[in-house]
Write a new protein. Structure first.
Length: 250
């Protein structure tokens, strides 16, 4: 290589350095900022895209909400009630919100979907419902429940069960009368009351719900709920009281 060629190569190298020096600040301004979805360990994360500034890595190991068999009840006025159990199998983690769908399947392949949202605490198993809905125009073959959630809706909490107890109840004149008490030292506001009703052979015959705006500590409350026209006489209930701690009421 001649001296002149070496000189050209050196000038080219210097020119490239100058260009890079000028372009580097521009690159920094347009370079994508680190995110929790870029599949890179680039912002003090514990693992790729989790921990640190991102969602806890524990969330990615949580089990989905489980769903169980749906029961449904059709009445003479063409209304439809649906009820099914869901379960959060995880310790220490609750869901501020999850979505569920009652999928109504017809005998001819038809389908209708009734959607809803709820919350669930660690290790909680509870009922979700869709009550007094219009019966679809097609014959029902089956109804199943599906549930889904977003990772960002998981919350690491330690929550005591809602301490509202059923003191007594009775069935009379197509109505349920019940007395409840808030056995906790805190106010529940609002509070959903759910009565899953069974006949004498422990077969579920229906469900009724009511919502109280609030229930103070040690407060007793008597409620009366009209019952739909069950096919069998009601004999017993499973009682649930549900209040949303994620809304910051406690």
């Amino acid at each position: 290589m001649t001296w002149r060629q070496k000189q050209k190569l050196w000038y080219g190298f210097i020119f490239a350095l100058v260009v890079l020096a000028l372009l580097y600040p521009l690159y920094l301004t347009v370079k994508p900022a680190p995110t929790c979805f870029d599949r890179k360990l680039n912002q003090n994360e514990e693992e790729v895209d989790c921990g640190g500034a991102c969602l806890s890595c524990s969330i990615f190991k949580l089990q989905n909400v489980k769903t169980y068999t749906t029961s449904y009840f059709v009445y003479a006025d063409n209304s439809l009630d649906m009820v099914a159990e869901v379960e959060n199998p995880n310790d220490g983690w609750g869901l501020r919100e999850f979505s569920y769908q009652f999928i109504i399947q017809g005998t001819g392949g038809e389908q209708a979907i009734i959607s809803g949202n709820s919350f669930i605490y660690p290790r909680q198993r509870k009922y979700v419902t869709a009550l007094n809905r219009q019966l679809p125009a097609f014959p029902i073959k089956n109804i199943i429940l599906s549930a889904s959630s977003r990772r960002e809706n998981w919350s690491e909490i330690g929550v005591d069960p809602v301490k509202v107890n059923l003191l007594n109840y009775s069935f009379e004149n197509n109505a349920l009368s019940a007395e409840i008490i808030n056995a906790a030292d805190k106010t529940y506001a609002p509070l959903t009351l759910r009565f899953v009703i069974f006949d004498a052979s422990d077969t579920m015959v229906g469900v009724v719900e009511s919502t109280l705006s609030s229930l103070e500590p040690l407060q007793r409350q008597t409620i009366r709920l009209s019952l739909p026209p069950f096919q069998e006489s009601p004999a017993s209930v499973i009682f649930e009281a549900d209040s949303n701690v994620f809304e910051g009421n406690f």
